[in-house]
Write a new protein. Structure first.
Length: 459
C-alpha cells in the first residue's frame, strides 16, 4: 500500500512538472518571430488569437509585423486594421501616463514595456504619439536599426489613421534615423515628406545636412538659411555662414551680427594674406578682434573655405600654418611638396623657427633668400633668421638681420623686437648696449624706434 501511494505521488509530480514545462503558443510564436521564421510565427499567433480573446489585439499586432517583414503589406494592413480603434480605455491612458513619466525622466528602458503594451493594443493611440515614443525608446534600448524597422512599419501602414502632427513626427524621426545610418537619399525622401505637413526649422536644418553630406552645397545653403529664418537657429546661421563668400558675408552683416569695422579690418587682413605678407595678416587679424570678437568666426570660416578650394599643397600648408595655427598639418604638407620653390622653403623655414628648430630653419630660410629677388621674400627671410638668433641669445646677430629685413620692407614688424632688445639694455640684461643703440640710430629707418631711444635711453 505504501509503495502504491509513493508511485501515485511520483506520477502526480511528473504530470505537474510536464504541465509546468509545456511551452505556450505565445512563447512558440515569439521564438519563431525572433528566429526570423515569420510564417511559423503567424501560425501560432493566429492560434493565440483564436484561443485567447484577452490577447487578440496583441496577436493581431504581431501578425501584422510578421506580414510586414514578409513584405505582404495587404495582409499586414488587414491585421492592423482589426486593432486600429478610436477608443482610449482608462487602462491605456494610465499606461501612457506611466510611459511618459519614465520616458521624460530619461528611463527609456522602463518606458518601453508600457509603450509595447499600448501599441500592441492600439498602434495609433493618441494620434500616433504613443507609437512615436515607442520608436524612440526602441532606438535607445535596441539600437537604430530596430527603431528604423518600427518607424518604417508605422509610416507604411498607419498614414490614414494618424493625424498630421503624428505623421510629421514619424517622417522626421525616420528621416533623422536614416541620416544616422548615412542613408542620405532615403533620408532626403522622408524629410521632404514631412515638410508639407509643417515647414519646420529642424526639418530644414536636417535637409541642409543631407545636402551638405551629398555635396549639394547651394541646396544646403538654402535649407540652412530657411532654418535660421524660421527658428532663429544659431547652428543653422553658422552652417549657412560656413559656405558664404567674403562678398556674401559683407552683404549680410546684420544677419550674421558682425560689425562693419570688424569686417572691413578682416578684409584688409585677407588682402595681406593674398599678397603673402603673413605677419601683416596676423597683425590685422588682431586689430579686427579688438573691434569685433566675431572676427574669430570669420577667420576660421574663411580658413575652412580656403582649404576646400585650394588647389596646391603649398596653399593648404599656408592656411594651416597662418590661419589655423596647425603646425603639424602644415609641416606634413610642406614636406610633401616635390619641387618646393622659394615660397615653400620660406614658409617651412618660418614654421621651423616657431617650432624651435633653429639650425634646420636657417637652411630653408637661406635657401629661399638666395633664390629670390623679391623684397618681401628677402625681408621675411631676414626677419625670421633674426628671430632665430634672438632666441639663441645672439642679440647683435639678431639686430643685424632685423635691420636688413627693415631695409628690404619698411612695413615688416620689427618695432616690437627693437623695443624688446632696448628694454633689455635699459634693465642691464644685454651687454654692449651702446654699440647696439648706435647701430639702430645709424641704420634703422623707423622714426618710432629712434624717438623711443631718445625718450628712454638718451639724455
Amino acid at each position: 500500500m505504501m509503495l502504491k501511494t509513493r508511485i501515485m505521488l511520483l506520477l502526480t509530480v511528473l504530470i505537474l512538472i510536464a504541465g509546468c514545462s509545456k511551452t505556450s503558443d505565445w512563447e512558440k510564436a515569439t521564438r519563431y518571430y525572433e528566429a526570423g521564421k515569420y510564417k511559423s510565427a503567424i501560425k501560432y499567433f493566429t492560434k493565440v488569437r483564436e484561443d485567447t480573446p484577452s490577447r487578440e489585439n496583441s496577436a493581431d499586432y504581431m501578425i501584422g509585423e510578421c506580414y510586414f517583414k514578409l513584405e505582404e503589406y495587404t495582409k499586414a494592413k488587414e491585421a492592423f486594421k482589426r486593432i486600429i480603434v478610436p477608443q482610449q480605455t482608462d487602462n491605456l491612458v494610465k499606461l501612457y501616463m506611466k510611459a511618459l513619466w519614465e520616458f521624460n525622466g530619461g528611463f527609456h528602458d522602463k518606458a518601453l514595456p508600457f509603450l509595447e503594451i499600448i501599441v500592441q493594443t492600439n498602434p495609433t493611440f493618441k494620434e500616433g504619439n504613443a507609437f512615436f515614443y515607442f520608436i524612440r525608446a526602441t532606438k535607445t534600448v535596441h539600437g537604430v536599426e530596430k527603431a528604423m524597422e518600427k518607424a518604417r512599419m508605422g509610416i507604411e501602414l498607419f498614414p490614414g489613421n494618424i493625424e498630421e502632427k503624428g505623421m510629421l513626427n514619424l517622417y522626421n524621426l525616420y528621416g533623422t534615423m536614416l541620416m544616422e545610418a548615412e542613408k542620405w537619399a532615403q533620408a532626403e525622401e522622408y524629410l521632404k515628406k514631412a515638410l508639407p505637413l509643417k515647414d519646420d526649422f529642424l526639418i530644414r536644418y536636417n535637409l541642409g545636412i543631407v545636402y551638405e553630406k551629398t555635396n549639394r552645397i547651394e541646396d544646403a545653403k538654402v535649407q540652412y538659411f530657411q532654418a535660421f529664418v524660421l527658428g532663429d537657429m544659431d547652428e543653422a546661421r553658422w552652417k549657412y555662414f560656413k559656405y558664404m563668400s567674403l562678398e556674401e558675408i559683407g552683404d549680410n552683416l546684420e544677419l550674421l551680427k558682425f560689425s562693419a569695422d570688424g569686417y572691413n579690418t578682416f578684409k584688409t587682413a585677407v588682402g595681406m594674406f593674398d599678397a603673402g605678407r603673413f605677419e601683416m595678416f596676423r597683425y590685422w587679424i588682431q586689430k579686427g578682434l579688438e573691434k569685433d570678437l566675431n572676427v574669430e568666426k570669420l577667420l576660421y570660416q574663411w580658413g575652412d573655405r580656403l582649404l576646400s578650394i585650394s588647389k596646391s599643397d603649398l596653399e593648404k600648408a599656408n592656411v594651416y600654418h597662418y590661419v589655423k595655427g596647425d603646425g603639424e598639418s602644415a609641416e606634413k604638407l610642406y614636406r610633401s611638396i616635390e619641387n618646393p620653390g622659394v615660397h615653400a622653403d620660406l614658409n617651412f623655414g618660418i614654421l621651423l623657427v616657431k617650432a624651435g628648430n633653429f639650425e634646420k630653419s636657417e637652411q630653408y630660410l637661406s635657401k629661399a633668400a638666395v633664390a629670390s629677388e623679391d623684397n618681401i621674400v628677402l625681408s621675411r627671410s631676414c626677419f625670421y633668421r633674426g628671430l632665430s638668433r634672438l632666441n639663441q641669445n645672439n642679440i647683435k646677430g639678431a639686430l643685424e638681420r632685423f635691420l636688413e629685413a627693415e631695409k628690404k620692407d619698411h612695413s615688416i614688424m620689427t618695432l616690437g623686437f627693437f623695443q624688446g632688445i632696448l628694454t633689455g639694455i635699459r634693465k642691464g640684461d644685454i651687454k654692449d648696449g651702446d654699440a647696439i643703440i648706435d647701430m639702430l640710430l645709424k641704420h634703422s629707418r623707423d622714426k618710432e624706434i629712434k624717438k623711443w631711444i631718445g625718450q628712454n635711453l638718451k639724455g
